[in-house]
Design a protein around this ligand. Structure first.
Ligand SMILES: CCCCCCCCCCCCC[C@H](O)CC(=O)SCCNC(=O)CCNC(=O)[C@H](O)C(C)(C)COP(=O)(O)OP(=O)(O)OC[C@H]1O[C@@H](n2cnc3c(N)ncnc32)[C@H](O)[C@@H]1OP(=O)(O)O
Length: 688
């Protein structure tokens, strides 16, 4: 856990050994504690170098231990730090790779810090619901005074030589606890302003706010008082529920990499195909973003668009986004895709168009080319059936803007081969995405769960809510944008086109169909009516809100909409009633959660963690709430079930509010913790 050797006669070299990131779990803390004590008591040792195994200093406290803080054993981190800081022999940290969180604190407890030029240091715990903040690279850390020296050579050798050179020198002014924070002018005003800004950006997350309180304490109080305050604040965060949610997200983000398919194929037994060239077909907003994402991942990309004016515009935009980096060529001819290893289709969401394209691609592309569709809802299997090699067809569902959004849904159909899935998942990794493999059904995971959410939002408008009220409730919960602002941004016409494809609106609806009912279920035509009036959202300058111009970003309330809703209610004999924020949250969020349980039960998602990763990284679900499934567990499954039953009773014509069978089974079996839910899933498959 902490290897101890003596080097150059008088330097004790302590190496942390806990792969893969040398996290500070109990055995490591104990090993470090004992090693420092040994160095202190050995008369031959005159200095100490602290390093990490395999070019990695330390990734911080072991997040897995946070799950059960009360049963943590071994010395506390602060006790290890105190022992190092008070050592009478100089302790030098040799930082390679990264020193993060408790890892950086460990380095700060040393008397000197030498960092490799490529090393990263920082306190990223705010992402785990604990304080503090960002990471910096060695050069900046040197300027900030976090490091004493930066080297391009062997860091441990440099640190060993340095340690030798400071043996016997006084250490008092090297101990952090003896170095007060320099006073700032207008300290109070500074922290008040900082707090105001952080609060407005935190969207209900406690860690960033508490972080400012802790920094204020560190800057204004004596060292030991600052430490006491930090302990109290840390305790608040640990008990807030938000820290658990954020830490759960840390692991959910990584869990998708260990994918499995119902066939039993899994990440560790399937080999990915080798991909170095790609074609992107269709250069609208999505196609352009996908081109940039693939090019940045090092692929040579041919971007294909049959409409010349669109091609020229895409070339200009993509070149600007890539700023000269990346290998991209452009063509208006589909034949340009003949020799590539991968095709990503990103044309309009129109099944007939996509089927035609897949048929063509299948005849144009060389054998072995992976054909991926960026469809957000359509049937992967139907597209696969148009091709020569259906096993080489998968969905790669990107989220706009595709070069920035972290999520990639990799959709496998019943005939997609494990190799095809492995290849798409590996590509996701190369693009720096959080990739999640999901099964084939309308909307897959993300959009399938979005449907009941949107539906509830529309129903709430019918019943008396306003877009402002619904959005405020959701934004207060932590979403970056409420549902109406979000649909204004993504374009109301997107859903309209999908509903037309589904025969819910447009010419395919049989004559005499009641306005607010489809297939015997409640339906709200509000979105369709908006589109019929040219209100597509930001792109047309008006949607649920009013914008100063087409493409404008600043949403204003629109008196027209208020009248429109009033007239709509009168026309449909609906009486507006006051709607409380709590009802907005419960109906919108429980509807998402309920569909999540159905998705789990259908085997479309392999685990609740996968669903949560999709919602956090693709749909703006606040990380400090852990994702919809985790949130359901925090609220209490029985309470979610009771809420759904109540709302379903009030709205019996809304099947999405009818509690799912899995939720009922889980509650009946005593609401087990989230990691046990899979055991209750129909046709349960092992999650390893
Ligand atoms: C009254 C008072 C009550 C309070 C009581 C409190 C008592 C407890 C006191 C605790 C005090 C803690 C103080 C400390 O400040 C807190 C911390 O240090 S929190 C940890 C901070 N560190 C981080 O946030 C870093 C997180 N990790 C990363 O960013 C990355 O993993 C990496 C280190 C940059 C490496 O990235 P990659 O190379 O891409 O590798 P992966 O990300 O895929 O990780 C590989 C593997 O390692 C697992 N892992 C990574 N970091 C940790 C970790 N810190 N702990 C445990 N496990 C970690 C990761 O999950 C991967 O494993 P896999 O999931 O694939 O199995």
């Amino acid at each position: 856990m902490a290897q101890y050797t003596t080097v150059n006669g008088s330097v004790a070299l302590i190496t942390i050994q806990n792969p893969p990131v040398n996290a500070l779990r109990a055995a490591v803390r104990e090993g470090l504690f004992n090693a420092i004590q040994k160095a202190s008591s050995d008369p031959l040792v005159r200095s100490v170098v602290l390093s990490g195994q395999n070019g990695t200093f330390c990734g911080g406290a072991d997040i897995k231990e946070f799950g059960n803080v009360s049963s943590m054993s071994g010395p506390l981190l602060v006790e290890v730090f105190a022992l190092m800081e008070t050592s009478m022999k100089p302790v030098v940290a040799a930082i390679e790779g990264f020193a993060l969180g408790g890892g950086l604190e460990l380095a700060l407890a040393c008397h000197y810090r030498i960092g490799h030029s490529k090393a990263r240091v920082g306190l990223p715990e705010v992402n785990l619901g604990l304080f503090p903040g960002r990471q910096v690279i060695a050069g900046e850390a040197l300027k900030l005074g976090l490091l004493d020296r930066v080297t391009d050579h062997n860091t441990v050798d440099t640190a060993l030589a340095f340690a030798k050179s400071v043996e016997g020198k006084p250490l008092d002014n090297r101990r952090l606890g003896n170095r007060p924070c320099p006073p700032l002018e207008n300290m109070d005003a500074f922290f008040e302003e900082a707090m105001k800004r952080v609060r407005s950006r935190a969207r209900g997350a406690s860690a960033p706010v508490v972080c400012v309180q802790a920094v204020r304490g560190a800057a204004t109080l004596p060292f030991h008082k600052g430490m006491e305050l930090e302990k109290v604040l840390l305790g608040t965060l640990f008990n807030s529920g938000q820290a658990q949610a954020s830490q759960y997200c840390f692991f959910a983000e990584r869990a998708g990499a260990r994918w499995s398919m119902p066939s039993g194929a899994r990440w560790d037994t399937c080999r990915a195909l080798s991909i170095s060239t790609a074609a992107v077909i269709g250069l609208g907003t999505m196609g352009r973003g996908i081109t940039v994402a693939l090019a940045r991942a090092g692929l040579s990309v041919v971007a294909v668009e049959t409409q010349e004016h669109q091609l020229a515009e895409a070339q200009r935009v993509v070149s600007h986004m890539l700023k000269g980096g990346g290998q991209v060529s452009y063509s208006s001819d589909l034949q340009a895709a003949a020799e590539v290893d991968l095709v990503v289709e990103a044309v309009f969401e129109d099944m007939a168009l996509k089927e035609k394209l897949f048929k063509l691609l299948s005849s144009i592309c060389k054998p072995g080319t992976l054909l991926a569709t960026n469809t957000s809802t359509l049937d992967i299997d139907r597209l696969a059936s148009c091709t020569r090699d259906p096993q080489l067809v998968v969905g790669m569902h990107f989220f706009a803007p595709a070069h920035m959004m972290r999520l990639l849904e990799v959709v496998y159909g019943p005939r997609s081969s494990p190799e095809a899935v492995a290849t798409a998942m590996q590509l996701g990794k190369r693009m720096g995405k959080v990739s999640v493999a999901v099964g084939n059904c309308p909307g897959f995971v993300g959009n399938r769960m979005l449907k009941p959410y949107l539906e509830q939002a529309y129903f709430l408008l019918e019943e008396g809510a306003t877009p402002e009220l619904v959005d405020a409730a959701l934004e207060e919960f932590g979403f970056p944008m409420g549902v109406f602002r979000m649909t204004d941004l993504s374009g109301l016409d997107v859903g309209w086109r999908i509903r037309k494809e589904e025969g819910l609106t447009g010419p395919d609806v049989p004559a005499g169909q009641p306005t607010r009912s489809r297939h015997g279920h409640r339906y709200s035509p509000l979105g369709d009516l908006m589109c019929e009036r040219g209100r597509y959202g930001q792109k047309s300058g008006r949607g649920w809100y009013l914008y100063d111009k087409p493409g404008g970003r600043v949403a204003r309330s629109d008196p027209w909409l208020r009248n429109f809703l009033e007239e709509y209610r009168v026309r449909n004999a609906l009486v507006a009633r006051p709607i409380h924020r709590q009802e907005v949250l419960e109906r919108c969020l429980y509807a998402i959660i309920n569909e999540g349980f159905r998705i789990l039960d259908d085997g479309i998602a392999a685990s609740p963690q996968n669903i949560d990763a999709i919602y956090v990284f693709g749909y703006g679900w606040p990380k400090h709430r852990g994702g919809p499934m985790f949130y359901a567990g925090q609220v209490g499954l029985a309470r979610v079930l009771e809420g759904l039953e109540r709302y379903h009773l009030a709205h019996p014509d809304v099947p999405h509010l009818e509690p799912s069978s899995l939720l009922r089974r889980l509650v009946a079996s005593g609401s087990p913790p989230i990691h046990k839910w899979n055991q209750m899933v129909k046709g349960h498959r092992s999650q390893l």
